[in-house]
Design a binder for this molecule. Sequence first.
Ligand SMILES: Cc1cc2nc3c(=O)[nH]c(=O)nc-3n(C[C@H](O)[C@H](O)[C@H](O)COP(=O)(O)OP(=O)(O)OC[C@H]3O[C@@H](n4cnc5c(N)ncnc54)[C@H](O)[C@@H]3O)c2cc1C
Length: 327
Amino acid sequence: MNNEIVDITIIGGGPTGLFASFYAGMREMSVKIIDSLPQLGGQLIELYPDKYIYDVGGFPKILAKDFVANLVTQAHYSKPEILLSETALSVERNGDHFILKTDKGVHLTRTIILTAGIGAFRPRKIGLKEEVEFEEKTLHYGIKDLSLFKGKNVVVCGGGDSAVDWALMLEDIASTVTLVHRRKRFTAHETSVNQLMESTVDVKTSLNVKAIEGEDGIVKEIVLASKDGSEERVALDHLIVNYGNISSLGPLKEWGVDMDRNSIIVNSRMETNIEGIYAAGDVTTYDGKVKLIAVGLGEAPIAVNHAKAYIDPKARLQPLHSTSVFN
Ligand SMILES: Cc1cc2nc3c(=O)[nH]c(=O)nc-3n(C[C@H](O)[C@H](O)[C@H](O)COP(=O)(O)OP(=O)(O)OC[C@H]3O[C@@H](n4cnc5c(N)ncnc54)[C@H](O)[C@@H]3O)c2cc1C
C-alpha cells in the first residue's frame, strides 16, 4: 500500500487525463495517473495510432501517436506517478481523502478525476470453451515479445490493422505465417492489405476458427470452418487473435456517481455528485456535450482548477496563464 496521499488521482491516461496531469502540475498539485492499458494514450493509441487527426487546435494534421507523444511529454510536467495495466475498482471516503482500490493495490488521494473515456479495454476473446487451456501459453491476444515466435508456425486471426500489421511483422521472424479472417474484405488500411497480398503470408478468408486442438496448453492444430460447412485444419505452434477490444466502464458504475447510460453526469465545474470526484472527457455528459479530443482538453483544466480550489479554498480558481507561470 502506498500511504502517501496525492492531491489528484487521474483515472484514465487518454488525452484528457494526460492534459489534466500537465495542468495539475501548473497548479502545483501532486499527481497519480492510473490506466488499465499497458501504455498511455487511451483510444488514440489503442484504436488508431497511425491515423491522422485534423481537428485539434494548433495541429492542422498530426498522427494520433505523435499527438499522444506530445501529450505524454507535457503530462510529465507534474512529475506524475504513472501506474499502467492497473484498473480502478472501488472508492470510499476516509475523512479528507479517498481510499481508492485497484486490481493491484490501494491508493490514497484528496481528489479524483475520472477521465475513463469509454472505459477499460480488454481484448475480444476467441469465444471457444477450450481457450482457457491455451491462453497466455500459445494463444495470445497481443504481442509482447516477438522472439517467442522465432522459427515457429504462427496463425494470426483478424482482419483489422493490428492483425494485418502483426502478420507482416512476423513474416521475417516466424517459420510460417497464416492469416485467417472471417470475412472476405479486410478493414485494415489499403496499403497494408496490398502489402499482405504481396507477402509470403498465407491468407485464408471467409473462415472461422471452430476449434483449437492440442494438450497441456500447447496448440497443435486449429479447425477452420466456412459458412457452407466445409472444414480445414492448420497445424501451428502459436495462435494470435486480434478481434478488437471491448470497453466497459465496469466497476466505475458502482461508485455511486450519477450516470446517464454510460456517461457520468457533471456540472459546469466538471464535478460529479460526489464531492471531490470530478470527471472530464469522453466519459462525461451534460446538456450540449460533444465527445471530441478538443473538448476533453478543455474540460481537463476546468476539473483541475476546481479540484485545486476544493483542496485549498484559498487558492485562486482562475489560474495564472502559462505565459506567466513559465516566464
Ligand atoms: C477510430 C477513431 C477515430 C477518432 N478520431 C477522432 C478525431 O479525429 N478527432 C477527435 O477529436 N476525436 C476522435 N476520436 C474520439 C477520441 O479518440 C476521443 O474523444 C478521445 O480519445 C477521448 O479521450 P479521453 O481521454 O476522454 O478518453 P480515452 O481516450 O477513451 O481514454 C480513457 C482511458 O481510461 C482508461 N480507463 C477506463 N476505465 C478505467 C479504469 N477503471 N481504470 C483504469 N483506467 C481506465 C482506458 O484504458 C483509457 O486509456 C476518434 C475515436 C475513434 C475510435
